[in-house]
Design a protein around this ligand. Structure first.
Ligand SMILES: Cc1cc2nc3c(=O)[nH]c(=O)nc-3n(C[C@H](O)[C@H](O)[C@H](O)COP(=O)(O)OP(=O)(O)OC[C@H]3O[C@@H](n4cnc5c(N)ncnc54)[C@H](O)[C@@H]3O)c2cc1C
Length: 399
């Protein structure tokens, strides 16, 4: 392995991977090194909770095999944590080695946020971000009878649904008054909560302690209620991994600050994905990693490409319900929204699964413009709605 690369990509999540791929598409010759502390080649993180926990081989979520990297002449250093980035000497230190770069892509992603609840440092408290987290969750689930999931967002709900398939009694605890609070309006969130029967859901609760004698036995709320738990999954959002960038003197807010070309404040250092914010926004979504990864990679390789529109859509798919949300679903208190509701039948799906027979669609308008939508049930129309809204947003951006 060289110690000088034309391009060094820090992190091999979707953002780092797309950046490396985009570099190669633009510069067929320049040497590329990706460094990651994970043991696996890039995989689809969303698929960790969108596939059956009990029966799925999660290695299938790896995006490209080793041979693809060989053919693309991209070196990959796995199991190696980046310790330091020096933007003056243009070096990266990791695992006792030092590499020099001409251009660096900072794509160190985000880490799960674990709220400072008493007992949250116990061994049986976990969260889901990596392959290792999934393997440990599978092991804990085999003999468990009760589990508590803290956080009623998409990942928490998907996890809860999968845990019930082990025969586990699952309780979801959400601090806010509704489920999926970032994405859903109150009506849609209530429909979601009322439809789910396979696990219990409590909203508007404050978790006080994860307690037990030796090992985790229960979760205690501030109002005194208790829920038995052999283990606890915490799903309460993420925090951008800014530490190494901040130490290198790169400008950071809540995340690494980038411009529309994915440039950071340091010369020849680009950034992309969950670790970044652009115009104060960090969606921490797959499409952000993709769009910013393309811009970071192509611009590092000498192109001039501004970031594409970030698609903030989310889908929740369980045996009991499917929900899709896209755009602004009435979340800005300063705007006045008009809504339109349609109830569509999809008789072609009769007999497949009753949840696909009907779709309940809610559209959100501001000044006559479609800005967001939710669908419950049959999601056939989701892609079309998403494109309609993104099209409108693109017009907005180009003005
Ligand atoms: C369970 C789950 C479900 C999700 N579902 C959805 C969904 O339905 N839709 C959606 O849009 N998004 C979803 N997301 C979010 C989406 O997966 C992320 O937005 C996306 O993967 C971010 O990619 P990234 O490359 O920016 O960051 P990451 O994927 O976090 O990659 C960063 C990489 O850098 C590595 N790293 C960090 N620090 C160091 C270091 N010091 N040295 C070396 N390597 C380091 C990390 O180990 C990691 O491999 C989900 C995420 C999870 C965890």
């Amino acid at each position: 392995m060289n110690n000088h690369y034309r391009y060094i990509v820090l992190g091999n999540g979707n953002a780092g991977f797309i950046a490396a791929k985009s570099i190669r598409e633009t510069d067929p010759e320049g040497s590329i090194l990706i460094i990651s502390e994970e043991a696996e080649l890039t995989y689809s993180r969303p698929m960790l909770t969108k596939t059956p926990l009990r029966t799925y081989d999660h290695r299938k979520t790896i995006l490209y095999p080793e041979s693809w990297y060989r053919e693309a002449r991209i070196d990959v250093l796995l199991n190696t944590a980046v310790e330091r980035l020096d933007t003056d000497s243009k070096t990266v230190r990791c695992g006792g080695q030092e590499f020099r770069y001409d251009k660096c892509i900072y794509a160190l992603g985000a880490s799960n946020f674990i709220p400072p609840i008493k007992g949250s440092d116990r061994k049986e408290v976990t969260s889901i971000r990596t392959f290792d987290d999934i393997y440990s969750l599978k092991r804990m689930s085999v003999d468990a009878e009760n589990a508590v999931v803290i956080g009623g967002g998409v990942i928490g709900l998907e996890t809860a649904a999968e845990l019930t398939k082990y025969g586990i009694q699952v309780v979801v605890l959400e601090a806010l008054p509704v489920l999926m609070p970032r994405l859903l309006d109150e009506d849609t969130a209530n429909t979601l909560q009322n439809t789910i029967q396979s696990f219990e859901i409590y909203t508007n609760v404050a978790v006080q302690e994860i307690a037990g004698d030796g090992r985790v036995e229960r979760v205690v709320l501030a109002d005194g209620r208790e829920f038995p738990a052999d283990f606890v999954v915490v799903s309460t959002g993420v925090r951008a991994n800014t530490g190494i960038a901040a130490e290198a003197g790169i400008e950071c807010g809540r995340a690494v600050i980038i411009d529309e070309f994915a440039r950071t404040s340091a010369p020849d250092v680009y950034a992309c994905g969950d670790c970044c914010e652009y115009n104060g926004a960090n969606y921490a979504l797959w499409s952000q990693a993709t769009e910013q990864g393309i811009a970071a990679g192509k611009n590092a390789a000498g192109d001039r490409v501004s970031m594409g529109v970030i698609d903030s859509s989310m889908t929740l798919n369980t045996d009991e319900i499917s929900i899709f949300a896209t755009g602004d679903t009435g979340k800005n208190p300063e705007l006045v929204y008009e809504t339109e509701i349609t109830d569509n039948m999809h008789p072609e799906h009769y007999g497949v699964n009753p949840k696909y027979l009907q779709s309940y669609e809610k559209r959100f308008y501001v000044d006559g413009k479609l800005v967001g939508a939710t669908i419950i049930g049959n999601l056939t129309r989701a892609q079309g709605l998403k494109e309609e809204i993104l099209g409108i947003n693109r017009e907005g951006v180009s003005k």
